[in-house]
Design a protein around this ligand. Structure first.
Ligand code: GLY
Length: 384
């Protein structure tokens, strides 16, 4: 069936489950075309022309495109996805060595590439690169303040909520090597997220600055949100999904409760169609504020995770919310009727305060859309 015909039919669906198998079929057609269109590029952002850029390969987003391919490979068994995904972890490892540019987001890069590659194929280079990334991340831990420091340069005391999503590589390394140091560090940073990043009402800070000598919390910085006290939706989605992952690894209920607290605030702020605005406190009325489909997909995937850990009566609210969001994204924000468009979703927001990448397609929005749909279709592997 043509993409356009399907997309039109999908407009009438009331429930994602009614169209999910067809959506998944079309997604394969879409990703097959993306393989041709994207070629060797490392996609990050596609603007109005629908052409994905070619970002430097050591950028934090370089794992998401191959991550889509690895999920597709595992879901379908088709070799061409594996072939297209295979080289990526080696490419960005080399670039990071060459430019001395390993950073706090190695989890985003190596989990959906090296780690899953090792899990699915036994590849020993994947294992080595994954453990190297985990070692590097563990080395960023500051015992005074219990945080993984963000960025390089001179920001010794800065920590960001995004790092919650990188913690899975530490827990994976603990399981893989039997060395509990990785888990201790993962838990310690997660505790800081729970105690310092998440506010009373369930909204989250993006950047916190600590005194790197004493560990004392100095201040909240605005970062990619509207301001220091605002509620940047992608930051909330990193916390929600990330803490659900920490619960999966540790079984410690405090992380589950914290993920629920963030989820409850997130859900309370959503507009009718379930697709988040870029910051829930950008303005008194959000009507004219841009959406962020990447926050929507990452949160949806995290909500599915969360729902699975709870009794069905409690989890249903999260699962239903995830499905509502994914249905809206499928019906109103996707590029099914634009075969020349190289991304899956529209209307992502990268960094609005900096005027960067507003109302664009973002490769991590595409990744978490695929991840969430795969989970709903029974995919059992967990990358993050
Ligand atoms: N700092 C990563 C992000 O844009 O969410």
């Amino acid at each position: 069936m043509s993409e356009l015909k399907n997309a039109v039919n999908w407009q009438n669906a009331q429930k994602l489950g009614d169209i999910l198998p067809d959506v998944w079929k079309e997604l394969q057609v879409k990703v097959d075309r993306m393989i041709e269109q994207i070629g060797d590029k490392s996609p990050h952002v596609a603007k109005e022309d629908g052409i994905y850029d070619d970002m430097r390969v050591d950028w934090w987003t370089s794992g998401f495109w191959p991550g889509i391919l690895w999920i597709m490979h595992e879901m379908t068994g088709k070799e061409h996805y594996k072939e297209a995904a295979w080289e990526w972890d080696g490419k960005f490892e080399q670039k990071s060595i060459q430019d001395h540019n390993f950073h706090h987001d190695v989890g985003f890069q190596y989990l959906p590439t090296a780690v899953i590659k090792h899990k699915l194929t036994g590849d020993t280079d994947g294992l080595r690169r994954g453990l190297q990334a985990a070692n590097f991340l563990a080395g960023r831990f500051n015992m005074a303040g219990n945080f993984l420091r963000a960025w390089n340069q001179d920001k010794h005391g800065w920590a960001i909520v995004d790092s919650t999503m990188n913690l899975s590589i530490l827990f994976w390394a603990a399981e893989t090597t039997g060395d509990p140091r990785f888990e201790h560090i993962g838990r310690a940073h997660a505790d800081t997220v729970v105690e310092k990043f998440i506010r009373e009402d369930g909204s989250v800070n993006h950047i916190l600055s600590f005194d790197p000598q004493t560990g004392e919390l100095i201040e909240s910085l605005g970062g990619q949100g509207f301001g220091p006290q605002s509620a940047w939706s992608r930051g909330a989605s990193w916390a929600l999904h990330g803490l659900a992952n920490v619960y999966r690894f540790t079984g410690d209920a405090k992380y589950l409760k914290a993920a629920q607290r963030v989820a409850n605030y997130f859900l309370a702020c959503l507009p009718e169609d379930g697709v988040a605005h870029w910051d829930f406190r950008a303005d008194e009325s959000l009507d004219n504020e841009p959406r962020d489909t990447s926050a929507a997909t990452c949160a949806a995937s995290g909500l599915i995770e969360l729902a699975a850990f709870l009794p069905p009566s409690e989890g249903a609210v999260y699962r239903n919310a995830a499905e509502r969001t994914l249905l809206s994204l499928t019906q109103k924000y996707a590029t099914w009727d634009k075969p020349e468009h190289q991304a899956i979703l529209l209307e992502g927001t990268g960094h609005k305060p900096a005027g960067q990448n507003v109302n664009v397609s973002l490769i991590y929005g595409d990744y978490y859309y695929v991840e969430a749909l795969a989970k709903l279709l029974g995919w059992k592997q967990r990358i993050f």
